[in-house]
Design a protein around this ligand. Structure first.
Ligand code: NAD
Length: 485
């Protein structure tokens, strides 16, 4: 008999649903069903796939209340936050379906001067079956960033949602069932890490992972056995920079939302703030005011910690900051409750404290005064992560944004890059590699196929064993003429 597990409401501990713990045999069978769909899903072409994905988007939109409810129950996040993440996911689904043909379709390429007798063409072709392994913090938006783009690029997908949010994954696959009744182009397997590990070892052609760095390394190692390519979207320690000419009220509002919304359980959440000394007091005053009025509660500004063990990480980081001379101007050790953590603002924290160096993934933020923005950039970049970041300012904001060593930066807004579907999303360093979203996100689930046809005989016959000395001499002259100038 198949083993089962419960998904729980983290705000109350109540059981939300019960799901199978899929073992390797069940995962293999699901992947085999997806494999059987490769030919059909490829054969209907970009227009056929766009039609299916557009219809799916409309189904999700019509049934949005159900999706919001299951996200709310499984993560504990307020319904409006669940609605926001679902809305962004719908926008990406639409963009991927609408742009796949333009980005991936067959096109002529210039053959160059030397090969002017060739007609060169390029097309990005689907890889086959894509496995997606997702986290629980944005259980719709995050995996759909891989699922939508992989499907639009022509790959059937098998998705392993987090064990904390299996119901969301099952709901998504079921909703596609309203469009395609028994076509397994998108299926779900449920379970814990072992189910994910089985997906890595199944007959897939690429694996897109979003989750923690340590799991990402295990996934890479498992996929390496069969040379299966991977995308790793891992954690972050994103900075927010506030320059002296910034709109301070807007910067504090953005810092508060970036740090505390979703209980700080956001990969691109604001975890560190660097503020120009001329506006430090004003900024800290404003952030303190907002943080003091915010509350983590079932009916508060944000919900509970989804994973109980994360409470220990948050507590450890706050304790480390305080033990090393830091101060909590809002919150502190008492802010960490049994399920909820209250907003915590830490100042004077040394840069080698774990509160600054490690991903906290809780509603806490460190704020540091800097003498100028060059120091802010230097400190912001002194991290092993490199996911996103934010700059608030006017004159130098753009320059500072390009100097931040990370995959994405938003100026005068927070996390805005995640909502712009044409912009690739992903990090560098310990934040991972590979991109979802945008044209890069579509190409990530394809391979480049090049074809070139000889239109006429070349002026110089170079690739023949009958090549003569005269040809070699002409080639020598031609090379000097073309490349030597
Ligand atoms: P996690 O690494 O614990 O789990 C992620 C997924 O991996 C889950 O589905 C889990 O069951 C599965 N898994 C666990 N062990 C596995 C194994 N050995 N083989 C295969 N699969 C396995 O991460 P989490 O706690 O669910 O998510 C939080 C983390 O995700 C944070 O670090 C956060 O920053 C990161 N995150 C990153 C992004 C991004 O886009 N960069 C987005 C959201 C979350």
């Amino acid at each position: 008999m198949t083993e089962k597990f419960d998904s729980l409401n983290p705000a109350t501990g109540e059981v939300v649903g019960t799901h199978p713990v899929d073992d390797a045999a069940a995962v293999d069978a699901t992947v085999a069903r997806a494999r059987a769909m490769v030919e059909w899903w490829t054969s209907i072409g970009f227009d056929g796939r766009k039609d299916v994905l557009d219809r799916w988007r409309r189904v999700i939109t019509h049934r949005l209340d159900e999706l919001v409810e299951v996200v709310h129950l499984e993560t504990g996040k307020p319904r409006p936050d669940a609605l926001l993440e679902a809305t962004l996911a719908l926008d990406h689904l639409q963009w991927a379906a609408a742009n796949a043909k333009k980005v991936l379709g067959r096109r002529r390429m210039s053959p160059g001067l030397l090969m002017a007798n060739q007609a060169a063409q390029l097309e990005y072709r689907p890889l086959g079956v894509v496995g997606v392994i997702g986290p629980w913090n944005y259980p719709v938006f995050t995996p759909m960033g891989s699922i939508s783009y992989a499907l639009a690029a022509g790959n059937p997908v098998v998705f392993k949602p987090s064990e904390h949010t299996p119901g969301v994954g099952v709901w998504l696959a079921d909703s596609l069932g309203d469009v395609l009744h028994d076509q397994s182009i998108f299926s779900v397997v449920t379970g814990f890490g072992e189910t994910g590990a089985a997906l890595c070892r199944a007959d897939i052609d690429k694996l897109a992972f979003t989750g923690s760095g340590p799991t990402g390394k295990r996934i890479m190692a498992a996929c390496a056995e069969k040379l299966i390519p991977v995308i790793i979207e891992a954690g972050g320690k994103d900075p927010l920079l506030v320059d002296e000419d910034a709109d301070i009220a807007a910067a504090a509002d953005a810092a508060a939302w970036g740090a505390f919304s979703n209980a700080g359980q956001t990969c691109t959440g604001v975890e560190r703030v660097y503020v120009h000394e001329r506006v430090y007091d004003e900024f800290l005053g404003e952030l303190t005011r907002i943080a003091s009025g915010a509350r983590g509660a079932a009916d508060g500004n944000y919900g509970p910690m989804t994973m109980p063990k994360q409470l220990d990480v948050v507590r450890r980081h706050i304790d480390d900051a305080l033990a090393r001379g830091g101060r909590a101007v809002v919150g502190g050790p008492d802010a960490v409750g049994e399920r909820f953590v209250q907003p915590t603002v830490l100042v004077d924290v040394p840069e080698d404290s774990t509160a600054v160096t490690e991903e906290t993934f809780g509603p806490t933020v460190t704020v540091r005064k800097v003498r100028d923005m060059d120091e802010a950039v230097e400190l912001a970049n002194a991290t092993t992560y490199g996911l996103g970041g934010t700059v608030f300012g006017r004159k130098r904001a753009e320059e500072l944004a390009w100097r931040l060593r990370s995959g994405m930066t938003a100026i005068n807004a927070v996390i805005a890059f995640a909502g712009v579907p044409s912009l690739p999303f992903g990090g560098i360093g310990e934040s991972g590699f590979g991109r979802i979203h945008g044209a890069d996100g579509l190409r990530e689930f394809t391979y480049a196929k090049s074809v070139t046809r000889q239109r006429m005989k070349p002026a110089l016959a170079l690739t023949t064993l009958a090549r003569d000395a005269k040809t070699d001499e002409r080639l020598g002259k031609l090379v000097k003429f073309i490349y030597g100038r």
